[in-house]
Design a binder for this molecule. Structure first.
Ligand SMILES: NC(=O)C1=CN([C@@H]2O[C@H](COP(=O)(O)OP(=O)(O)OC[C@H]3O[C@@H](n4cnc5c(N)ncnc54)[C@H](O)[C@@H]3O)[C@@H](O)[C@H]2O)C=CC1
Ligand SMILES: O=C(O)[C@@H]1CCC=N1
Length: 260
């Protein structure tokens, strides 16, 4: 990609930009906008172009990444629409706005994609789900290549984007809440907060790697830890009696139903 405009330098826009910078991209190729530009000072110090002028940012860009809230997106699209050209690519990270709605309501003349990364994109540890119109055949590989530098990528149907948002993007918060709870348990059994957090977080990372690298079902790895009549199975069963898995599944469904 030549020049990239990130419209909306908030939580996700900044995380995506930081992730791209870690790939070694020339910071001068990136232009990030938000209204209160002073919040973008750390990016500016790294050589990224920052500002509040969306039109200026998109006029100079080959790829436009839209990282704003749905209501803000509608206003911004009406502001920039007349300045877009046919060969520009728009990637929307906006939750809950389908490709069909983007074309019908935003009247986008350019090629458009949706991408759903999560905030671990900052560390190149996201998983990004990408969707495109069935008729869009060009540029898929270059969009996939860009997000592949920030973690694994899955190309999915656009109607799966709500599910991708919940499992992947909201999922960061769900996993962090597990880590926080484990830390609190760790403090109760004697660790100070710092060590309890370190152990809880690294253990979650290790568990994830066991699944990702070994390709095993989580329960296969759980079987290796649960000594008969041992302490792990007692803890696990107590968690399940308290509704651990059920709470998580119900939370995922609640988030999903809210997007829908
Ligand atoms: N935070 C997350 O983990 C994820 C968020 N998303 C989606 O990405 C989008 C952005 O989310 P966040 O980064 O969390 O929101 P945010 O509110 O932190 O960021 C949006 C940014 O856009 C800026 N903005 C608003 N109006 C603007 C304008 N006219 N011109 C330029 N900038 C403007 C805001 O000042 C803000 O900094 C949302 O649609 C969200 O649902 C998607 C995946 C993950
Ligand atoms: O909570 C939200 O609405 C957005 C969608 C995914 C992450 N943040």
């Amino acid at each position: 990609m030549e020049k990239i405009a990130v419209i909306g330098g908030g939580n996700l826009g900044i995380a995506v930009t930081e992730g791209m910078l870690k790939t070694g991209i020339n910071p001068e190729k990136i232009h990030v906008t938000r209204r209160r530009v002073h919040y973008l000072e750390p990016l500016k110090e790294k050589g990224v172009n920052v500002g509040s002028n969306n039109v200026a940012a998109v006029q100079n860009a080959d790829l436009i990444i839209l990282a704003v809230k749905p209501k803000q997106a509608e206003i911004i699209m009406s502001e920039i629409i007349d300045h877009l050209t046919d060969n520009q690519i728009i990637v929307s990270l906006v939750t809950g706005v389908s490709l069909e709605a983007m074309e019908k309501e935003w009247k986008i003349p350019s090629i458009c994609f949706r991408a759903m990364p999560n905030t671990a994109v900052e560390l190149q540890e996201s998983i990004t789900c990408i969707s495109h119109q069935p008729t869009t055949t060009e540029n898929i590989e270059s969009i996939k290549a860009l997000f592949s530098t920030l973690g694994p990528v899955l190309i999915i149907q656009d109607d799966m984007m709500a599910a991708a948002t919940v499992l992947g993007a909201c999922g960061i918060a769900f996993a962090l809440r597990f880590i926080r709870a484990a830390q609190q348990g760790g403090i109760e059994i004697g660790f100070n907060a710092e060590n309890a957090l370190k152990i809880a977080a690294q253990t979650v990372k290790g568990a994830a790697e066991l699944v990702l690298q070994n390709g095993n079902h989580p329960e296969q790895e759980i079987d290796k830890v649960t000594t008969p009549q041992g302490v792990t199975i007692s803890g696990l069963n107590t968690m399940e009696h308290q509704g651990f898995s059920s709470a998580l599944i119900q939370g995922v469904l609640t988030s999903y139903n809210k997007i829908k």
